[in-house]
Ligand binder design. Structure first.
Ligand code: F6R
Length: 248
């Protein structure tokens, strides 16, 4: 996996934002839509801040952008501050000129059979949009991408999943206590992610160093789903020096 190491996350996100904007503008020049796969969590916050800055200060437009978010907790009302729906609007969508009808985020309010139908329709919507041009990823300490926890298949599609114990533990900071963290989610599959034409994974800080080493240097295995990215032909890891500190 090609790994680009930056001294700081601030520097790194500038490069990622530049790549996104270049793609958006190249597509706009030929009147095409640009389909972005987006992540939530701490890792992309600075990236979204930079995109908002580029919109405000440089007049960058996102009118031709279509987005598909990776995941959402289940159950989760959209208006909850812990929802990924809220996160995306708060950090990005409310501050740029994206057309609201181009925004897609898994729906954490569904129950039972509605969930399976939603997941099938999500895959169809990605296909109908022409597939994902650029997928932004973070990585969990379990090696999850999206919420594809250990045991996820390389061919997995958008579906309901159960969160790993370590993932639940890492989410306590957002929910206050363990029993308030949802145990389920809807996530795009590894297969969905593998179909993106380009993938950029971002990781910052020393807590991510062991899983970055396992992902980049370990053998491909469903016990670390992010290792499947070794088989993607157009993937780039953009990490800071702390996240890179265990690489050989
Ligand atoms: C979020 C997602 C997750 C996170 C991962 C890292 O949409 O899909 O895979 O990217 O859990 O989270 P942070 O960035 O908070 O360390």
């Amino acid at each position: 996996i090609p790994v680009q190491i930056y001294e700081t996350a601030d520097e790194a996100v500038k490069a990622v934002a530049r790549e996104i904007v270049d793609l958006v503008q190249t597509k706009a020049a030929s009147s095409e839509k640009c389909v972005l796969g987006l992540a939530t969590g701490v890792s992309p916050i600075k990236l979204y801040q930079e995109l908002v800055r580029m919109h405000r200060e440089e007049g960058v437009s996102f009118r031709n952008v279509v987005t598909f978010n990776l995941d959402e907790y289940l159950p989760m009302p959209k208006e909850s501050e812990q929802s990924y729906h809220y996160f995306m609007h708060h950090h990005l969508f409310d501050h740029i000129d994206i057309d609201p009808k181009n925004i897609h985020i898994p729906d954490g309010t569904l129950e039972g059979d509605e969930i399976d139908k939603f997941c099938r329709d999500y895959e169809k919507a990605i296909d109908a949009a022409g597939g994902i041009d650029l997928q932004i990823l973070g990585i969990g300490r379990t090696g999850h991408i999206g919420f594809n926890e250990p045991g996820s298949f390389i061919t997995s599609q958008t579906r309901k999943v159960f969160l790993n114990d370590l993932t639940i533990k890492d989410a306590i900071k957002d929910f206050g206590s363990r029993n308030l963290v949802p145990t389920k989610a809807i996530t795009m599959g590894v297969g969905t992610i593998m179909q993106a034409r380009r993938v950029i994974l971002m990781a910052w800080g020393e807590k991510k160093a062991p899983i970055i080493k396992a992902t980049v240097e370990g053998r491909v295995s469903d016990s670390v789903p992010a290792t499947f990215l070794q088989m993607h032909s157009n993937v780039q890891f953009i990490i800071d020096e702390s996240a890179a500190s265990e690489l050989t």
